[in-house]
Design a binder for this molecule. Structure first.
Ligand code: PLP
Length: 376
């Protein structure tokens, strides 16, 4: 049996090697390392795939979030609501830009914030909401967009973990995660479902004005060369990364389907086991299983993790500590017990190895090991 990894980038590279090497080689030959033609081609192909009017590539998913906030023209002190149970990038950019960060607990049944939780956190200063589609499944976008329309809020979807996830509206229509809010953001960090071989990110929007603003801000605030209409940053996707992503985008659906099959195998084995809660499924969203995340109840999570590690099975805790208790975010003034759901999830979640190349014998071994632990 191959050594089990959380994400097996080596196995994937082996399969795609001829195509990836050719794509990278042609950029090397061209020497168009910055703003080469592959960047625009990739933006167009991703646009088709996502069914969105504009894709703007940038340097990473954190920059994408920062660019999204910069494009909204908010004032210092304006309030932005997001979840306390996410990767730090979703909240960091809010604090960095001097907006007031308002954290809310996710719904324990979905890991994502609900429209109701956002509603409770509204004040007259609320200007934007950042729903995060955590682990590959969408937050309740229909509810959140309705609330946003009522209260004139911007919605920025952090879709870094949900590239390819479908959202199902109650009228029967479907949209890709990240294309529903005013702006969507994503990351091409190597371990993401659509990952490159370094850093990369992108923004989605259907709004022509926001698209022009985002493009300008990502390029030093420049619309016409050496004329600066906005204060911007330098955030570009490298041509080599765009070339890699063009290859990988063609396989994204098949990769996500393979993750789905691995998740189905896990679900079947773990459903009904006392002490395990399998990943929640929402009727409004498909799930691309960026992570396959169990909740281990009864205080046994850490001993299960150690048990699996002894058997050479990696397992990860996403995320181990509530953000409001991190040293850098103490200034927000939240009390330790302010977010009971986040605190509970942080003590219960355990993500198992999940990637498109997880082999049957590996999955069987992981399943047997987890079940063995619970039989003791
Ligand atoms: C990975 C990730 C990001 C940041 O992406 P980078 O490309 O690493 O900057 C932001 N939000 C979420 C939810 C992520 O998982």
């Amino acid at each position: 049996m191959r050594e089990i990894q959380m994400v097996d980038l080596g196995a994937q590279y082996k399969k795609l090697k001829p195509e990836i090497d050719a794509a990278m080689g042609s950029v090397l030959e061209s020497t168009a390392f910055i703003k080469g033609p592959e960047v625009g081609l990739f933006e167009n192909e991703l646009k088709q795939y996502m069914g969105v009017r504009h894709v703007i590539a940038c340097a990473n998913g954190t920059d994408a979030l920062q660019l999204a906030l910069m494009a909204l023209g908010l004032k210092p002190g304006d309030e932005i609501i997001t979840t306390n149970f996410t990767f730090i990038a979703s909240v960091e950019v809010v604090a960095l830009l001097g907006y007031k960060l308002v954290l809310v607990d996710p719904d324990p049944g979905s890991f994502n914030i609900s429209a109701e939780a956002v509603r409770k956190a509204l004040t007259p200063k609320t200007r934007a909401v950042i729903p995060v589609h955590l682990f590959g499944q969408c937050a309740d976008m229909e509810g959140i967009m309705k609330l946003a329309a009522e209260h004139d809020l911007f919605v920025i979807e952090d879709a870094a973990q949900a590239t390819g996830t479908d959202y199902f509206f109650s009228d029967g229509s479907t949209r890709k995660a990240g294309t529903i809010g005013h702006i969507g953001t994503t990351s091409f960090f190597p371990s993401k479902n659509l990952g490159c071989y370094g850093d990369g990110g992108a923004l989605y929007t259907n709004d022509d004005r926001l698209a022009a603003k985002l493009r300008s801000i990502a390029n030093h605030g420049m619309k016409v060369r050496y004329h600066y209409s906005d204060i911007g940053i330098n955030s570009r996707l490298d041509t080599i990364q765009a070339a890699v992503l063009r290859v990988k985008l063609k396989y994204l659906d098949s990769f996500n389907e393979a993750r789905g099959r691995a998740a189905a195998r896990y679900n079947e084995a773990f459903s009904g086991v006392h002490g395990i809660i399998v990943p929640p499924r929402m009727s409004w969203s498909s799930h691309i299983f960026h992570q396959y995340t169990l909740r281990i109840t009864g205080g046994r999570r850490d001993s299960l993790k150690a048990y699996l590690e002894e058997r050479k099975i990696p397992a990860m805790i996403y995320y181990p500590g509530p953000l409001h208790m991190q040293e850098a975010y103490r200034f927000l003034g939240y009390a330790a017990g302010s977010f009971p759901v986040t605190s509970q999830l942080c003590s219960e979640v355990l993500s198992l190895p999940m990637h498109p190349d997880l082999e049957q014998d590996q999955a069987d071994y992981i399943i047997r090991s987890v079940l063995c632990f619970f039989e003791d």
